[in-house]
Write a protein that binds this ligand. Structure first.
Ligand code: NAD
Ligand code: GLY
Length: 375
C-alpha cells in the first residue's frame, strides 16, 4: 500500500462530545493529527502483544512530538483476555506511573483493546480522555466508533461496560496490510451488516466490490470504512445510549453472541459469529413473513463470499423438550442478551432490504431456524 495524504473525515455529532473519525493511509505517522488534543503531559498507549511490535514504536515516536511522557502497556492478545484481570492491568499501569486525570489513553489495536481501553478511560479517576486508533477492519468500521466500551463476563459477552466517547478516532488503513485474512473477513461481516439494515445501495456496492475488499485494494477499503462510519455515526447521533434505533446495529449479534459465549470466547471470531448470526436473523425475518427467500439467499451468498461461516456450530447434542438440546442452549444463552426484556428475547430482523426493526419471535420459530441453520 502506498502512503498518500488523502484523509477522509466523518463527524459524529453528539453536542459537546462530538468528534471526528479520520480515515486514510499512513495517519499514524502524522503528528499534526494530535495537535488539537487537550494539554497533557502523559500519553498511555494501550495495545497488545501482537500489535505492539508492529505499530507500538511508530505511534510512540509520533506521540513524543506532543507529550513529555509516552508509556506503552501491552495486554495479552485475544477475546479470552477481554476480562476484569486485563482491565486491572491498565489501572495498575496508570496508578504505578502516577498518571493524573489529564492523561490521555490511546487504544492501539482491534476491538478488544479498544473496548477495554475505553472502559478503563471511563472509570480511571471517574473519566480520563482517550483516543481510538483501530488497527483491524472490524474496529475501523464499527467498534472504535460510538463509545460502547466493555469487558466480557464468563456468563455473557460485553456485559460490564459504559458508554464513553473518545476524543477522536484515527483509522490508518495501512495497518490493515498486516491483518491476517481470517481477521479481515471477520471485519467484512460488520461492513456487510450496514447494507441490509440501512442502505441497499451500499449493499449492492459490497456485492460488486467484495473481491477488491478481500484483495485489500486501498480505494475499496477506504470507501467501505467511510460509508460504514457514516452510517454508524448517523445512528449513534440519534440514539447514543441504545434505547431503540441503535439496537438495529446489532443485526446478527443476538445469535452471534450466543455462539461466542456458548463455544467459549475466542473460538469463533466475533465477526464470524456475527456473519453466521446475520444468516440466522435473515431466516427468522423470512419466517416472520417480513422478507422473501431471495433476500436471505442474497445475504447468505455475500457472507459466504467474504469467507465467513454461514452455518452455526452445535452448542449442545441430543434432544430436549420442544426440540433439540442445541436450539434450547442457543435460547438459554440469548436470554442474557442486552436487548432482552423481562426474559423475552428481542431480535433485530429485516423488514426489507435496507430496513430493520427489533421484535420478539415465538420460541418454537426461533428454535426451528436454529435447527435448520446449524451443522
Ligand atoms: P481483536 O481486537 O481481537 O483483533 C483481532 C486480532 O488481530 C487480534 O489477534 C489482534 O491482536 C490482531 N491485530 C489487530 N490489528 C492488527 C494488525 N493491524 N495486524 C495484525 N494483527 C492485528 O478483534 P476485533 O475483531 O478487532 O474486535 C472484536 C471485538 O470488538 C469483540 O470483543 C467485540 O465484542 C468488539 N466490538 C465492539 C463494538 C463496539 O461498538 N464497541 C462493536 C463491534 C465489536
Ligand atoms: N456495534 C453496535 C453498536 O455500536 O451499537
Amino acid at each position: 500500500m502506498q502512503a498518500t495524504k488523502k484523509i477522509d473525515q466523518v463527524d459524529i455529532h453528539l453536542g459537546d462530545r462530538s468528534y471526528p473519525i479520520l480515515i486514510g493511509l499512513g495517519l499514524m505517522d502524522d503528528s499534526t493529527i494530535w495537535a488539537d488534543l487537550p494539554a497533557a503531559t502523559t500519553a498511555l498507549i494501550v495495545t497488545n502483544t501482537t500489535v505492539a511490535p508492529l505499530y507500538g514504536k511508530r505511534l510512540a515516536d509520533t506521540l513524543r512530538t506532543r507529550f513529555q511522557r509516552v508509556l506503552v502497556l501491552e495486554l495479552p492478545d485475544g477475546e479470552a483476555f477481554k476480562t476484569w484481570q486485563s482491565l486491572n492491568l491498565v489501572f495498575d499501569a496508570l496508578l504505578s506511573n502516577e498518571c493524573d486525570r489529564k492523561t490521555i489513553l490511546f487504544a492501539l489495536g482491534g476491538g478488544v483493546v479498544g473496548d477495554m481501553t475505553g472502559f478503563a478511560a471511563a472509570s480511571y479517576m471517574r473519566g480520563v480522555p482517550f483516543v481510538q486508533i483501530p488497527t483491524t477492519l472490524l474496529a475501523q468500521v464499527d467498534s472504535s466508533v460510538g463509545g460502547k466500551t466493555a469487558i466480557n463476563h464468563p456468563l455473557g459477552k460485553n456485559m460490564i461496560g459504559a458508554f464513553y466517547q473518545p476524543l477522536k478516532v484515527v483509522c490508518d488503513l495501512a495497518t490493515l496490510h498486516t491483518l491476517p485474512a481470517r481477521e479481515l473477513a471477520a471485519g467484512l461481516a460488520e461492513v456487510i451488516k450496514y447494507g441490509p439494515i440501512t442502505d441497499p445501495v451500499f449493499f449492492a456496492w459490497i456485492e460488486t466490490n467484495i473481491d477488491a475488499l478481500l484483495r485489500r485494494e486501498p480505494a475499496a477499503l477506504a470507501h467501505a470504512a467511510k460509508r460504514s462510519c457514516e452510517v454508524k455515526a448517523a445512528v449513534v447521533a440519534q440514539d447514543e445510549r441504545d434505547h431503540g434505533l441503535r439496537a438495529t446495529l446489532n443485526f446478527g449479534h443476538t445469535f452471534g453472541h450466543a455462539i461466542e459465549t456458548g463455544l467459549g470466547f475466542g473460538q469463533w471470531l466475533h465477526g464470524e459469529a456475527v456473519g453466521c448470526g446475520m444468516v440466522m436473523a435473515a431466516r427468522l425475518s423470512q419466517q416472520l413473513g417480513l422478507v422473501d427467500h431471495g433476500l436471505v439467499q442474497r445475504l447468505t451468498a455475500l457472507i459466504a463470499r467474504a469467507g465467513l461461516p454461514v452455518r452455526g456450530p452445535l452448542l449442545a447434542q441430543g434432544n430436549a423438550e420442544g426440540g433439540s438440546a442445541n436450539s434450547l442452549r442457543y435460547l438459554e444463552l440469548m436470554r442474557t442478551d442486552k436487548k432482552s426484556e423481562g426474559g423475552e428475547i428481542r431480535f433485530v430482523v429485516l423488514d426489507g432490504l435496507g430496513q430493520a426493526s427489533v421484535r420478539p419471535a415465538p420460541d418454537a420459530m426461533v428454535r426451528a431456524v436454529i435447527d435448520a441453520s446449524c451443522v
